[in-house]
Write a protein that binds this ligand. Structure first.
Ligand code: PXP
Length: 243
């Protein structure tokens, strides 16, 4: 069994293009659940470029599966998470100018700050995952600060310029998943995954959750959210049946 977390940020991106009311990410979450999503993921960015506080509050009310809030370590965001209480929080690095989350969180370089956020989220009963690169030092530090899970950044795998490079990145993810699992961490992965490249990732032992956004929302424009999620979910189930 592998959970599919559907990231619906880009439904809000389209809405924010007109600063209007549609399309509503809350509707997208309902459709995604009907398509078989095991979780709904949103990123409340500091610049509020897509998801707004209102969305997270409403999603908290209507999402019947796992609600995962991607968030930075900023004080007001941590306070908001503690108030709204998603099931899970994924701590990510955030830079204002980036198009999307460009790298993993440097847990080693800001251990005390991450530790404090983990403690505060735990006090509110929130499961904490850290979005990191497949790097041994980051895995060890994630364990030290008491994270429940790590989400490995699959961007370098997804964007590899050659087949050899992609295999190299895949191998790094396989090793990292084993390492994290052996240290007692739950293993998630995400970023840049699509209907073509997801199978090799879903086949990695110990991976319990994938968070996928852009490719599902892109397909949903043509086939609808329910169908786009269903197709991704079918792929994951198929891979796990073969494994
Ligand atoms: N996981 C994390 C931590 C992310 O920041 C993102 C992008 O918001 C995703 C998964 C989903 O990435 P994509 O939109 O490329 O599928």
């Amino acid at each position: 069994m592998i959970r599919l977390g559907v990231n619906i940020d880009h439904v809000a991106t389209v809405r924010q293009a007109r600063r209007g009311r549609e399309p509503d990410p809350v509707w997208a979450a309902v459709e995604a659940q009907l398509g078989g999503a095991d979780g709904i993921t949103v990123h409340l960015r500091e610049d509020r470029r897509h998801i707004q506080e209102r969305d997270v509050r409403l999603l908290r009310e209507i999402v019947a599966v796992r609600l995962n809030l991607e968030m930075s370590l900023a004080e007001d965001i941590v306070r908001f998470a503690c108030e709204v209480r998603p099931d899970e929080a994924t701590l990510v690095p955030e830079r204002r100018q980036e198009l999307t989350t460009e790298g993993g969180l440097d847990v080693v370089g800001q251990e005390a700050r991450v530790q404090e956020a983990v403690n505060r989220l735990h006090q509110c009963g929130i499961i904490v995952s850290l979005f990191i690169e497949p790097d041994v030092r980051q895995i060890e530090c994630a364990r030290l600060v008491g994270a429940d899970a790590v989400e490995f950044h699959t961007g370098r795998y997804a964007n590899a310029p050659s087949w050899q490079q992609r295999q190299h990145e895949l191998e790094a993810l396989i090793q990292a998943a084993r390492r994290a699992h052996d240290t007692g961490l739950h293993v998630h992965m995400g970023h840049g995954l699509n209907y073509e490249n997801v199978c090799a990732i879903a086949a990695i032992p110990h991976v319990e959750e994938l968070n996928i956004g852009h490719s599902i929302v892109s397909r949903a424009i043509f086939v609808g959210m329910r169908q786009a999620v269903r197709e991704m979910k079918d792929l994951l189930c198929h891979v796990r049946r073969l494994a």
